[in-house]
Design a binder for this molecule. Structure first.
Ligand code: AMP
Length: 290
């Protein structure tokens, strides 16, 4: 689960490679229908262009059909599904039927400002389908055989107005209600999905490893492989790190008063004399008056 542009597709593709299980992206499935001009594609076209959701029944039918394929028998990563509570309920029933319960539900969190930057710069090569970002990850690497350059296109639903609607829809129908649906299952993991792609992958693997379920041992191995070797600090540095830190005394210069003006100085002296007189015993004061 994650807002458009939160990087769930990118991370799902990485998990796909590491775990050897397919990434099932409902957005990709719908885009394929759209490109092939199937009746579903034609129906979904307008909904997707407006930033809406395709109906739950259709989405559940798509998932049921996809999970029945042989490559999903060892496991799968659902990307962009479920997006509504009805889809989540349908998925629970379907997985119970198939005898393959979920191991984890991951929520990707990215602030809205970052999402706008990511989505406005996102481009896909129309030939090799690789995804780049003009702001963070410009086109590189090989395209399909016979092509020397990528041909970058912007997804129509990544344009500002549609993107805003997708974000609104995500907040309303997905983020809160669906994470609430899974909150009591103990499967929810929230990942801070800001920062470099590699960092997010490490956080994701870390959180999968920490959780229970069948995915934990595989994720633990994958995270160990990826982790960069950590240098041990020198003995002196280690000792210093153990020493308690004492707060340094504040070294602020004593405040100086601005010199008083002549009139003010006289007034101050008068007040001082009066208060000194009041401090003297009454008898002494009478004597001095005489
Ligand atoms: P995505 O590539 O995941 O951002 O999906 C692109 C668009 O496909 C979404 O904005 C929706 O219009 C549609 N879509 C994808 N997955 C679903 C889903 N699970 N339920 C409803 N609509 C979906």
């Amino acid at each position: 689960m994650g807002a458009p542009g939160s990087g769930k597709g990118t991370q799902a593709q990485r998990l796909e490679k590491q775990f050897g299980i397919p990434q099932i992206s409902t957005g990709d499935i719908l885009r394929k229908h759209l490109a092939e001009g199937t009746p579903l594609g034609l129906r979904a076209k307008e909904i997707m262009a407006a930033g809406g959701y395709v109906d739950d029944e259709t989405m559940l039918a798509i998932i049921r059909e996809r999970l029945s394929q042989a490559d999903a028998a060892q496991g799968f990563i659902l990307d962009g599904f479920p997006r509504t509570v009805a889809q989540a309920e349908g998925l629970t029933k379907l997985l119970a039927e198939l005898g393959t319960p979920l191991d984890a539900v991951v929520l990707f969190e990215v602030n809205n400002e970052q999402l706008v930057k990511r989505v406005s710069g996102r481009r896909t090569c129309e030939f090799c389908k690789k995804v780049f970002n003009v702001n963070f990850a410009p086109a590189s690497g090989e395209c399909v055989p016979g092509r020397t350059e990528h041909s970058l296109m912007q997804r129509p639903d990544d344009q500002e107005d549609t993107f805003k609607e997708r974000l609104r829809k995500y907040e309303e129908d997905t983020r809160k209600p669906v994470s609430h649906y899974y909150a009591y299952t103990g499967l929810m993991r929230t990942v801070d999905a800001e920062g470099a792609i590699d960092e997010v992958t490490q956080r994701l693997l870390g959180t999968l490893k920490a959780g229970g379920g069948a995915v934990a041992p595989v994720a633990a191995r994958a995270a160990k492989q990826k982790r960069a070797p950590q240098r041990r600090a020198k003995p002196a540095a280690r000792k210093a790190a153990r020493r308690p830190v004492r707060k340094a005394a504040k070294k602020t210069a004593p405040k100086r008063r601005a010199p008083a003006s002549g009139k003010k100085r006289k007034a101050t002296r008068k007040v001082k004399r009066k208060s000194a007189a009041r401090a003297r015993p009454a008898r002494a004061r009478r004597k001095s008056k005489r």
